[in-house]
Write a protein that binds this ligand. Structure first.
Ligand code: SF4
Ligand code: SF4
Length: 450
């Protein structure tokens, strides 16, 4: 056997082993199309190897040279540095009134003074909101995917989150002990991780992070919000990808409700722990926010806001739920980050927009908005109206996002390439469509959920 033939054998064996491994991982993740394709590529690599071993040594040498040159060219292409002229979005210049958000509008009881006052001030929302009110509603019998047994799980999780809404704040201990900001920062991050947070970031709280008026949760509806805490701690928790892949059916709302409860629990514990150290702290959790969690999380370095309008984290994409704690406990802030790779990926990938059943996600480039930001903006009325028709929080966009794949060595290798090479990002979009489909179908729920 010539040296070239040995190299050829090694490369083809590595290909076959890699594709076999990927097929097994894909099968375990429920991605049958990816598993079939990877299995076929593994078999093809072995067939080429067998054929190459049967031809004369001179042909083997030519084959090895062709394969080597092809691989080298591919590596050079993928690693080629690209100059990215992608500007970050400026921060919003205006504060958002929480009353204008879909969730606050959904809480308005027809006939109530708040209802009348809101639609007198925002007549442009009235017909749009009447449309979602004409649908069965979230977790409501009659909705397309409603299932009484499965719906009991998110009902239970939301019950816990709702109970925690009354525990977001409390008395502050008066036995002050001085700790260095560095020591406290390390402690808070460890504590958050201990309770289940996958990421924790800290930033200075800015005016544009804070809603201007209360729209739901504790406090008086419509009251101006004055929150003068100096720091904000953003945490994220992971959503299970198997449950999310069943989107838009019931398992997805089971999982989002579970993770809203988990993130709320962590934030409430952190805030109470800080108050026990004699500093004021308030948790901001589902249904009782005073801050806009994705904006805080972005400022704290957890990710960027992507095409679907959600925080895209480098490790799990949008497959996270967020909560925030604001406090005066002296902390070290995380340096602001700007990751153009996520915005570059979203600019060229429109997978979430392609699968969105309500066509709520834009397919064009980021646009400038009156609040000074440069971003994608989804149509919240279309999205929410779809939720109320099907009875779940849909999540199709999150489920198909190439960033949302499972956290394992195969996907993390792709994530490394995506973060570091513009050409790799283009290739990754193409590969994701090839292995998973341009519009991946929802997965079948596990047997216990059927
Ligand atoms: S699916 Fe594609 S475009 Fe949509 S958020 Fe994910 S990466 Fe961005
Ligand atoms: S949750 Fe569903 S309806 Fe809403 S934007 Fe995502 S895919 Fe579209």
């Amino acid at each position: 056997m010539t040296t070239f033939a040995i190299l050829l054998t090694l490369v083809l064996l590595i290909f076959a082993a890699g594709f076999t491994g990927f097929a097994i991982v894909s099968l375990s993740e429920g991605h049958r199309r990816a598993a079939r394709l990877a299995g076929a590529l593994a078999a093809l690599s072995l067939l080429i190897l067998i054929a190459a071993l049967m031809v004369p040594p001179t042909v083997q040498n030519v084959l090895a040279l062709v394969l080597g040159a092809g691989l080298l060219a591919l590596l050079l292409y993928l690693a080629w540095p690209a100059r990215l002229a992608i500007p970050p979005s400026p921060p919003p210049t205006l504060r958002i009134d929480e009353r204008t958000t879909m969730f606050a509008r959904a809480c308005l009881a027809p006939g109530s003074p708040e209802y009348s006052a809101y639609y007198a001030a925002h007549p442009e929302h009235h017909a749009l909101d009447d449309l979602f009110r004409s649908k069965p509603g979230l977790l409501a019998p009659g909705a397309l995917f409603y299932d009484e047994r499965l719906a009991s799980s998110p009902e239970g999780s939301f019950y816990l989150t709702e109970s925690l809404r009354h525990a977001v704040n409390g008395p502050v201990a008066d036995t002050a002990t001085q700790h260095s900001p560095q020591a406290m920062t390390a402690w808070i991050k460890k504590l958050a991780a201990y309770h289940g947070a996958v990421q924790t970031g800290i930033c200075e709280l800015q005016a544009n992070h804070i809603y201007s008026h209360i729209g739901r949760g504790s406090g008086t509806y419509g009251a101006p919000i004055n929150l003068d805490h100096r720091y904000a701690i953003a945490i994220s928790v992971e959503m299970d990808h198997q449950m999310l892949n069943c989107a838009p059916r019931m398992p997805t709302v089971m999982e989002s409700a579970r993770q809203y409860a988990r993130s709320a629990q962590i934030a409430v514990i952190l805030a109470a722990a800080i108050r026990a150290l004699s500093y004021p702290a308030r948790a901001h959790i589902d249904g009782n926010y005073r801050v806009i969690a994705p904006l805080v999380a972005k400022q704290a370095g957890l990710g960027e806001i992507g095409r679907m309008g959600l925080l895209m984290t480098p490790g799990l994409g949008p497959r996270v739920r967020l909560a925030v704690v604001t406090t005066d406990l002296p902390l070290s802030i995380d340096p602001p980050t700007w990751d153009p790779s996520i915005i570059d990926f979203c600019t060229h990938c429109t997978k979430c927009a392609a699968v969105c059943p309500s066509q709520a996600i834009p397919t064009d480039d980021r646009q400038h908005h009156p609040d000074g930001t440069l971003r994608w903006k989804i149509n919240p009325e279309r999205c929410y109206t779809y939720w109320t028709a099907i009875g779940t929080d849909c999540g199709r966009c999150m489920a198909v996002c190439p960033y949302a794949h499972a956290d394992n060595a195969f996907h993390n290798l792709i994530r490394f390439g995506v973060a570091n090479s513009a050409n790799f990002r283009r290739a990754a979009i193409w590969m994701d469509d090839l292995f998973y489909g341009e519009k991946p179908p929802p997965h079948q729920p596990s047997p216990w959920l059927r």
